[in-house]
Every structure is written in C-alpha cells, then in structure tokens.
Design a protein around this ligand. Structure first.
Ligand SMILES: *Cc1c(COP(=O)(O)O)cnc(C)c1O
Length: 390
C-alpha cells in the first residue's frame, strides 16, 4: 500500500538513472524516452551542463525569497523578454501558476478599464492546469467534474474558430482577454490553421483585448522556434511558460508587454519559491544550451524527420487517422482509444504518451539525434501496426 494520495494511474516502472534520451529502470532495463517528463526534459537526462550549473548554484545559494533582490531572477527575466520581444516577466514554479498569473493580470487590467466582470475567452479541448482558475479555463469536463463551483469570468468557444471569437466581440462587452495554446497539447496535438494566431491578434487589437498565449508546452524550442507564436509573425500581450524552461527544475514564467506589463503593483501577486537562485540557474543554463546547440532549428528538422518517418511507416494503414505535429510535438491520431499502447511500448523499452483517448503523443527531448529518432520511428511503426491489427 502507498501513502501517496491516489491521483495518478502510474505505469508499473521506476527509473533509477538516465542519460540523454535513455532511461534505465531499477533492474537495469533500458528505455528510449519519447515523453521527456511531458515536454519537460528538454536537454534529456543528466545533461552535464545542467548538472554542473545546479551543483555550482546549490553550493552557493539555493533560496533567499523575494523579500530581497535576486540577480539570477533579473537575468532570467531579461533573457526571456529579449528572446520573446516582451517587456516584463513574473517568475513562478509551474505551468498552472504561470497561467494563474496571466488570469489575475487580465482581471486587474480589466478592472483598471472599469470592466466590472472581466471575462476571458478560452477554448474547447484546451488544457491550462489543475488549480481552480486554470481548471475552469481548461476545456475538458474530466478535469472539472466534482470541483464545482467553478470560477466565474470565462466564456468558451471552439478551437481554431475565429468566427466564434468575433461573434463574442459583437455582444459581450466584458471580455478582457483571449487565452489560447498555439498548438493544443493535452487536447491531442491540435495544430490550428496557419493564420489563426494572426486573426486572433487582429481581433484582440480591434477590441482592446489582451492576447494571452499558453506556451507552457509549445515554448522553449519545442515547436521549432523559441516560442510557437514567432512562426505566426505576431507578438502576444501575455505569455505563460513552464515545462521545458528549467529542463526538469520546476519553474514557470508569465511574460507581458506594453500596458499589460505594468498591471501588477507590489502586493498584487507573489510566490515564496518563485524565481529562486537554483531554479533560475537551471533555466539560464537551459536557455544557453538551447541557443548554443541551435536546438530550435534541430527541433524543427528532427520533428519533420520523425513525422515523415512515421507517415512512411503508417501510410495507408487502416485505423491511422492522421499524423501531425509542430517541431518535436507530434501526434498520431488513431480511430480508436489506444491508452493500451503505452503499456505495450513500455514492455518493449519505449516511453510514449497517449492523450485525448486516441492520440499517441511524442514529446522527445530536444537533444534526440537522428539515430535515436530512427529507432523511435521503427519501434513505434511496428507497435501501432500490431495494435491496429488487433
Ligand atoms: C502542462 C501544461 C499546463 C500545466 O502545467 P503544470 O506545471 O502541470 O501546472 C498548462 N498549460 C499547458 C498548455 C500545459 O501543457
């Protein structure tokens, strides 16, 4: 029996160590990791540069609190803002916290404009986290059920549907922001039309709304650029980051630009742990490695390589609905529930994820090489063909 609360349906394996894209369990069995701790282990496992940066920082200073100045937090904020074309950052510890900051910011911003019930437009099939406000923003009843009353101030529209957003602009004068993932992750690797973000940007500008991007999964080179929005040629007003940012250290960030960046005043928001020297050292080193090794370009190229490899393996196979992706965020949609594939893959020494019931999701470490990607494609092709053959 376990003393842990029963919140996860875990696979029956515990890992003892890792190196790059490989993990070893307690019995010494080796696994190819195409999950990367759910898009977290951007640099794979036991990256020497990350380990070194963490050791050095741990020996020097781990935590002091936000009662005092934290130079590494300042450096990280500047680095992120320069990369993203944003003005200010708030550093926190997780994705849900980054979105909470964005939601609070939007409400404060709305009240500042005299809007009594500031309302945020959110999407169907979205995922934004497990806190009360972020699970309310999430477009999945399974995440919400049993936790009512939910938080007020959200309206929902279908994803990738600009007309639905435009329609809300017609009659709802309480809207202050749109919160959206550039590519939906938990929702099943849903890639919107190329002009979607541009059209949302235009609607936000026309109505004085904040465009708030949840780049928690898509950010930090995952989709082939530092941030997914850069491929759309727009800039958001607010952006949430987490997952790959610390390459395994818990850290999140909420970035903002223009008026939105000036919204919070002392006392409005905070976090005890947020942006401590250890977490910031991890994030700074992660960003340095991503830049020096050109992992944005690598993510785009390897993503293409894996996608076309999977298509070659599964082209014409009955039961495969679609293979799609953006960089190293890849989805293989089947015509039936396929959670079972996770266990079968595990038995063969491969870690994959299944989301939205019937979508195999691949989120490999950004440092995966061609050889490893070829192994991934071959193992996966065989597994899915066997599974679909029944
Ligand atoms: C994972 C995720 C979150 C939640 O992040 P946590 O760190 O688990 O709180 C929010 N939004 C998106 C898009 C995510 O992928």
């Amino acid at each position: 029996m376990s003393f842990l609360m029963n919140t996860y349906a875990r696979q029956p394996v515990a890992f003892a160590r890792g190196e790059g894209v490989w993990l070893w369990d307690k019995a010494g069995r080796k696994y190819l990791d195409a999950v990367a701790g759910v898009a977290v282990n951007a640099l794979g496992h036991a990256h020497p540069r990350l380990a070194q940066a963490l050791c050095e920082q741990a020996r020097t200073l781990i935590h002091t609190s936000n009662l005092y100045q934290i130079p590494k937090q300042e450096q990280l904020a500047e680095r992120l803002c320069r990369l993203a074309g944003m003005d200010k950052a708030f550093i926190c510890n997780s994705g849900a916290e980054a979105n909470e900051a964005a939601i609070k910011l939007a409400r404060l911003y709305g009240h500042g404009k005299g809007i009594e019930i500031p309302t945020i437009i959110v999407m169907e099939k979205s995922f934004h986290g497990r806190t009360m406000a972020t699970l309310t923003a999430t477009g999945n009843r399974k995440v919400q059920a049993g936790f009512e009353p939910l938080v007020k101030g959200f309206v929902r529209v279908p994803y990738n549907d600009v007309a639905a957003v435009a329609q809300i602009a017609e009659h709802n004068k309480s809207v202050v922001a749109v919160l959206v993932e550039p590519v939906q992750g938990e929702g099943g690797i849903q890639v919107p039309a190329p002009a979607y973000l541009q059209e949302l940007r235009r609607l936000c500008d026309a109505n004085g709304w904040l465009l708030m991007l949840d780049e928690i999964q898509t950010g930090i080179a995952r989709t082939g650029s530092w941030f997914a929005f850069q491929q759309a040629g727009i800039v958001p007003d607010v952006m949430a980051l987490a997952k790959g940012l610390g390459a395994g250290m818990p850290i999140g960030a909420c970035l903002a630009r223009g008026d939105a960046a000036e919204t919070f005043k002392p006392g409005n928001h905070g976090s005890t742990f947020g942006g401590n020297p250890l977490a910031c050292a991890a994030a700074l080193e992660t960003l340095a490695v991503v830049e020096e090794q050109d992992l944005c370009r690598h993510s785009a190229e390897l993503g293409e390589f894996i996608c076309s490899g999977v298509k070659a393996q599964l082209g014409g196979v009955a039961g495969v609905v679609e293979v799609r992706g953006a960089g190293l965020m890849i989805g293989i949609e089947l015509d039936r529930p396929c959670a079972e594939l996770v266990r079968r893959a595990l038995e063969q020494g491969l870690l994959i994820n299944v989301t939205a019931d019937s979508v195999v999701r691949l989120l490999p470490p950004l440092v995966m090489n061609r050889d490893e990607a070829t192994q991934l494609v071959e193992m996966l092709g065989k597994l899915i063909k066997e599974f679909l053959a029944g």
